[in-house]
Design a protein around this ligand. Structure first.
Ligand SMILES: Nc1ncnc2c1ncn2[C@@H]1O[C@H](COP(=O)(O)OP(=O)(O)OP(=O)(O)O)[C@@H](O)[C@H]1O
Length: 605
């Protein structure tokens, strides 16, 4: 089970709450547009008022000029009806015009907040959420919300007011028939309630399925080469077809539910209209109702058909918006686990000596029971380079990720110059730490932007020095030099090129701490030797922790720490460990020979 508050997509945060609870919690996005919304509503109500007035004018036409055969009065009242019609059309136009721009702004505001929150959430959150589920939340769910906040909600209010106003007028015109029309609200309410319940569940299912399909498409796009190389196209296509079919079935189910409900919603006012026509004609024949009143009554009642018919669509839209709000709040309600302490210290580069100390550090991934790291004690002195060596899966990358606080220690503490990392301001800490991961990620932006990601203020000289150090001068040879946009995830570059750019990014600005996860793994022997030579110069001026898989890279380190199943079992010079620790020899024996022994105590095995 995932850890509580980790925002696992499988456990909706608000299970058990009222279906509209989360939609209600988004009301503050409407607040900046309250005045606009008020005017819109006013325009809508005025248009409805103008519409309602037309049958009342018709009543006067029939009972007045038509009955008295008075053409002058007829033209006056017809002119009034025409004017009311024009006013109604104008108000509807104004309302629609304004409505679209405010709804787009509301959607953009929510989207910005969700994106900003995603940035603050810990890596453990992103480890556990499928990217397609996040994607569908910031795209389709927000569009659904926009539609509801701008149209669904508006028409819900407008139609309700229209219904109440018309029914009141009907009761005044003929109390018994008016009450009959009012009573038809009971079956309408029951039908709507039942529909809302079923539609809510179907909407949630469909929006989740949309996320699943988006995930599948995204994974396929990212892993296209692997998929093709292994000839797995048909299997993936079959998986996709299953997901798409499930989505289709849910969509069809929803459509049919809406169709059934719309038919029932249509039936109720039409049945009532039939009864009214018969009873109204009888009342007119009996002299209880004038012909004009009957015309007005029926015309007014016809005005209820659209609000009732649209009820199905409005409820459907509302339910979709409610589930969209649930899904968006699942992200927004996940607390950013790694945040600044109240009086966090903003250490500056100039004030840092660079003594990094792990004190009885333990770590367990959220949602798992077994710790990956146990009781780690390790000190890296200022300017020292320590290599982490260990079998695959023993926890090396995890240990590195604790330094820039991508994950938070679950036991013990890590200090920099005696300050617990949790007492440092996150932004300051991350500026002090240069990081290059095993899988170098480049974003769809220019080489320059990729390089200066963590240090946007870096100058040309610094960038040039970093590129030279990482043997990445090839970047100047790209079609537009450093302005060249590298493709999605830098795929248009080779693995070695990407790794060198990622290394240049890490060393840019000479960080106080350098954390490199096997930074030379994708380089050819010649480039590796060149990068090593340059890197040695940088390592002299900074404290560094390196994950090393290849014995040749150990030459960069002053000391080596052997990690076995989450524990550090030996620390020392390479030569000492090689001589005294069989497990160390065993880990290295799989790789190529390390550099010859020198004053750093390195030996060639
Ligand atoms: N996000 C995660 N959630 C849960 N467990 C994880 C996560 N990432 C890694 N692990 C587990 O933690 C353990 C250590 O992983 P880690 O990547 O730190 O190992 P490593 O020593 O760097 O391996 P390698 O040398 O292959 O890169 C592994 O058992 C792995 O399955």
């Amino acid at each position: 089970m995932p850890a509580e508050g980790d925002g696992d997509p499988a456990c909706p945060v608000d299970a058990g709450r009222h279906p509209l609870h989360n939609l209600w919690r988004l009301r503050h996005y409407l607040r900046p547009h309250a005045a606009e919304f008020g005017w819109l509503l006013l325009a809508g109500l005025a248009a409805t008022g103008a519409g309602i007035a037309v049958p009342l004018v018709a009543q006067r036409v029939v009972d007045g000029p038509v009955a008295r055969q008075d053409p002058a009065g007829l033209f006056r009242l017809a002119g009034l009806a025409l004017l009311l019609g024009l006013v109604e059309a104008l108000l509807i136009f104004i309302r629609r015009w304004v409505q679209s721009s405010s709804s787009m702004r509301i959607e953009a505001a929510i989207r910005e907040d969700v994106y900003a929150h995603l940035q603050r959430l810990p890596t453990s959150f992103h480890d556990r959420w499928q990217s397609g589920q996040l994607l569908s939340r910031v795209t389709s769910d927000l569009s659904v919300l926009r539609r509801f906040l701008s149209f669904g909600l508006f028409f819900l209010i407008l139609n309700l007011v229209t219904y109440l106003a018309v029914v009141t007028l009907l009761i005044r015109l003929h109390p018994a028939l008016g009450l009959l029309v009012a009573a038809s609200a009971v079956p309408l309410f029951l039908i709507s309630r039942r529909f809302a319940r079923h539609y809510h569940a179907a909407s949630r299912r469909m929006q989740d399925q949309q996320g699943d399909v988006a995930t599948l498409v995204e994974e396929t796009a990212q892993g296209l080469r692997t998929m093709k190389a292994y000839g797995r196209g048909p299997e993936l296509a079959a998986r996709f077809a299953t997901g798409a079919r499930a989505l289709h079935d849910t969509g069809v189910g929803k459509g049919r539910l809406l169709a059934r409900t719309s038919a029932l919603l249509d039936l109720v006012p039409n049945l009532t209209l039939g009864v009214v026509l018969v009873a109204g004609a009888a009342a007119a024949a009996g002299g209880v109702l004038t012909i004009g009143e009957l015309v007005a009554f029926v015309s007014l009642q016809l005005m209820l058909i659209w609000p009732v018919q649209s009820l199905g669509w409005i409820i459907a839209n509302g339910q979709e918006a409610a589930t969209a709000a649930d899904r968006v709040r699942e992200v927004l309600d996940t607390p950013p686990a790694i945040v600044d302490a109240p009086h966090a210290l903003a250490l500056r580069r100039a004030d840092v000596r660079g003594r990094l100390r792990f004190e009885r550090v333990s770590f367990r991934y959220p949602g798992t029971t077994a710790p990956v790291l146990r009781e780690i004690d390790l000190t890296v002195e200022p300017g020292e380079t320590v290599a982490l060596v260990g079998a695959t899966g023993c926890g090396k990358s995890t240990l590195l990720s604790l330094v820039p606080r991508l994950h938070e220690v679950t036991g013990g503490r890590i200090t920099l110059d005696g300050h617990d990392l949790r007492e440092l301001r996150l932004s300051a800490l991350r500026r002090l730490v240069g990081v290059a991961f095993e899988e170098p990620t480049l974003f769809s932006m220019s080489v320059w932007e990729n390089l200066t990601l963590g240090r946007p203020e870096a100058g040309e000289d610094e960038v040039r020095a970093a590129l030279a150090l990482a043997q990445a001068d090839f970047a100047y040879e790209l079609p537009w030099g450093l302005a060249t946009r590298v493709g999605e995830q830098g795929l248009s570059l080779s693995g070695g090129q990407r790794q060198r750019l990622a290394l240049a990014r890490a060393v840019l600005g000479r960080p106080a701490l350098l954390v490199l996860d096997d930074p030379l793994s994708a380089l050819d022997v010649h480039t590796e030797a060149l990068v090593e030579t340059a890197l040695k110069r940088v390592l002299r001026t900074t404290t560094a922790l390196l994950v090393v898989h290849r014995p040749s890279t150990i030459a960069l380190a002053d000391r080596v720490a052997l990690l076995e199943e989450g524990r550090i079992t030996a620390v020392g010079r390479h030569s000492e460990l090689l001589a005294a620790v069989p497990a160390y020899r065993a880990v290295l024996s799989a790789g190529p020979a390390p550099a010859p022994p020198g004053d750093r105590g390195l030996v060639r095995s």
